[in-house]
Design a protein around this ligand. Sequence first.
Ligand code: NAP
Length: 414
Amino acid sequence: MKKFKKLTVPAEGEKIEVVKKQLKVPDQPIIPFIEGDGIGKDITPVSLKVLEAAVSKAYNGQKKIVWLEIFAGDKAYNLYKEYLPSETIQAIKYYIVAIKGPLTTPIAGGFRSLNVTLRQVLNLYACIRPVKYIPGVPAPVKHPEDMDIVIFRENTEDVYAGFEWAKGSKETKKLISFLNKNLKTKIRLDSGIGIKPISVTGTKRLVRKAIQFALEHNRPSVTLIHKGNIMKYTEGAFRDWGYQLAQKEFKDQIVTEEEVTTKYKGTRPEGKLLINDRIADNIFQQILLRPKEYSVLAAPNLNGDYLSDAAAAQVGGLGLAPGANIGDFIALFEATHGTAPKYAGKNMANPSSLILSGVMMLEYLGWKEAADLVRKGLEEAIRQKKVTYDLHRMLEGATRLSTSQFGDAIIENM
Ligand code: NAP
C-alpha cells in the first residue's frame, strides 16, 4: 500500500487498477474526495451519503465505496500550508478515480485556479458535461426536455494554457517587437498578449474520446464546434484534425454530413455515427432553437466553457449541472458551480450538481444500477417539489428543504 504523510488511508477497501487498458474496479474501491471550500462543507458530506446509500441498496451491501479524504483549498492550507499539496495529486493518480467539491481560487499562492491546475497536472484533457433536463425544474425555454447533449470540452490548451503576459511587461515588449518586426504584424504597443495553442495531439485525443463515448452510448452524432472561419490554424485546424481522426480511426462506424448529402440522399444510414461541424456562434442558436438535432459536442477549451454554461442554463441552471474531468483513465468528478461563499455552512445549498457528478462517477465505475437509483431518487424528490432554496424560489407550491434534508429526500425516493 502506498504511504502518505498526512492522509489517513482506510484499513478496508482496495485500489482501482488499470488492467489491459480496462478499468478494474474492486467491490470496495477506495475513492479519494476533496470536500471543497465554501458550500463544500454542506454539499459534499450529503452527496457522499446519497452515493453510499444508492450503492448499498443497488447491490445489497455486496459493494461499497470506501472514502479517503484528500485535501485542496482552505483545508489543505490549514494542514499543509499549501493550497494544492503534492500528496493530493499523488493520491488521485494512485487511486485513479476521485470526486471533489468546489474550490476557491486563492488570490495569492501562484495559482491561476486550483481547478485548472488540477486538470493540467493530472492531464485530465476532457471536461465532460452532460446536459439533460430534469422534469419539474423551472427552465427558461418552452421545451427544455428537448435538450439531451453531452459536451466534451478540451481542457488543457487554447487560451487557457496559461501563456499570457501583461501590457508593458518585459516579455510583452519583446514579443510585440519580435512579431511586428519579423512577422509583419501590427500589434499595438499598449496590448497585453495571450497565446492560443491548439495541437493535433490535444485535438485528436479529445475527439477520440467523444466518438468512443457516442459509439458506446448509441448516440446519433458528434458535432465538432469551432470558430474556424476566423481562426483558421487553431479552431479551423481543430475541425480538420477532428474529421481526420474520425475518418482514420472510426472509418467503418461513421458517416460525415457531406457524405449523407452526396451519397445517402440526406438521411443518415442506420447504425452509422454522424460526424458534422458547426461554427461556434451558430451552435449557440442551434441548441436554443433545434436542440433535438444535437447529441455529443466536441469543442476547444474556451468555446466549450461558454457552451457548457449556456446549455446548462437552458435546462434550469448550473446548480444542477454535473461535470467530470477525464484523461487516460484518471478521472476527477466535480460540481460545476463555485463555492457560493455567502451560503457556506448554512446547510442551504443545492447538492444536485455534485450528486449528479457522483452519478457520472458510478457510471464510470460500471455501477449503472446504483447510478440509476440516485437519478431516480433525485428526479422523484424534485417531482414532489421537495427542493433546496434555489429551486424553491422559482417553484410555486414547493417545500423548502435544507441541503441535508434534500439528501434524505433523495434517499427515501430511491
Ligand atoms: P458560485 O460560487 O458558483 O456562486 C454564484 C451563485 O450561484 C451563488 O451565489 C448562487 O446564486 C448560485 N449557486 C452556486 N452554487 C449553488 C448551489 N450549490 N446551490 C444553490 N445555488 C448555487 O460563483 P462565484 O461566486 O463566481 O465564485 C465563488 C468562488 O468559487 C470563486 O473563488 C471562484 O473562483 C470559485 N469557483 C470554483 C469553481 C470550481 O471549483 N469548479 C467553479 C466556479 C467558481 P444565488 O446567490 O442567486 O442563490
